[in-house]
Design a protein around this ligand. Sequence first.
Ligand SMILES: Cc1ncc(COP(=O)(O)O)c(C=O)c1O
Length: 515
Amino acid sequence: MSGEAPTGGAPGGRAASAPLMGRACEPTIFELSAPGRAAWSLRTTGLPEWSAAELVPGEHLRGMPVPLAEVSERDLVGHVTRLSHRQYGVDLGAYPLGSCTMKYNPKVCDEAASLPGFRDVHPATPPSGVQGWLRLLVELEEALCAITGMAAATLQPAAGAAGELTGLLIMRAYHEASGEARRRVVIPESAHGTNPASVSLGGYAVATVGTDARGLVDRAELARVLAPDVAGIMLTNPNTLGLFEEEILEIAGMVHGVGGLLYYDGANLNPILGVVRPGDMGFDIVHLNLHKTFATPHGGGGPGAGPVAVTRRLAELLPGPRPVRLGDGYGLATPPRSIGRVHSFHGNALVLLRAWCYLALNGREGLRRVAEASVLNANWLRERLRGAYDFPFDRPVMHECVVSAATLRNETGVRALDVAKRLLEHGFHAPTIYFPHVVEEALMIEPTETESPETVAALADALLAIAAEARAHAVAGTDQPARAAPRTTPVGRLDEAGAARHLVATFDARRPAVD
Ligand SMILES: Cc1ncc(COP(=O)(O)O)c(C=O)c1O
């Protein structure tokens, strides 16, 4: 190919330097672009060069150049580095975003995932050439089955939601095999949004059950909803209020009683690791968010993994091919009544490798300590907040606590959103807010086990200070600082609803740069 710099790129040419780390907006890469610039520093090799027209049939060639950004290597590195400095992440500080388990991930797991022997293997390499990889995958599957109390698993699904759909397709295949046309799947009203979405994608209608006065599944309502057309129930335990469903065995009996299956949304597995297993609670299908609990950060758009584990009677339906033990070695096999592939090759293999590494690091005892510390931190934090915020369900929690800013709002006008924004000025990532919907002005806080007692104390101090400050300003009749927050971050308060409702998902590089 010709080494000439491509032309016809985006206009731009805006200067950018360190001052942009302040409040000014970082330009887009297109705004930094200047025609003819390139981010390479290769010397002429003397080897023959061909133009694209000599190599690619005419009908496949573009009529005009792609308007790519043209920037020097220096400008590119500066741009990306400035952006990375404006970014808050788990490596920077506490990230108590409830339901997301944004805990610190040990770097040794990343190191293992970057070993060339793992990283550089082509996924289509035949089993004989990847015996080490297959062994690792088989061992991971076995460990996940031991943790969940299941018989077999697929490692293919790429995220929690992908695992949910896989599980529901298994549920459907199971019922169809016995000639039953079931149409509804029960989910609690506090369920994560992906649950009803997966139910619909899986071809079922959603049947909702409410929450009782203790914050748990309303069993009287469940009894009314259950009928022979119910394919199953999807639950997360602890639930999204951070509460353990104490009557889970009774619930399992009720669902199994109408011939339904129990699906465990394992996104909240962190606090029960090594303590209790979904299999022992009566669940038939489980997904795990490896990108929460097992050493890959959740969020941020990176790859994830949502393996699905099932009981023995469902194992034949798992996606395939699956890595399996074959005599002294390892191979691939597709279960006899498999629902088919749900991901290419072995799934997101490097996320799986991180999880294997995390399990090897911690062992059974270490995992139990992970769970215990996550529960301790959440309960300790919650007790510190007593009096400043409302406790909608005043019971010990598992790994996260949901408190309400309803009284604070009534007394001061400061809402959960304002508390979250003010917390950014105290140097913490915001908790999840307004979820679960069953709690008014909800703040869902998950400190995770990886934060030190001092950091959890500082988080509690910050939340208390925000509430006290709001009350003091309400008494004095002065402007509420929380309403104007955040003022110390690279960007101030955004119109988040506007951004979601008027989605502009593309950038037109041909447009001239805007000042
Ligand atoms: C309770 C619960 N279920 C399911 C999911 C979906 O997982 P994913 O984001 O990997 O699709 C999440 C994600 O945060 C969750 O919190």
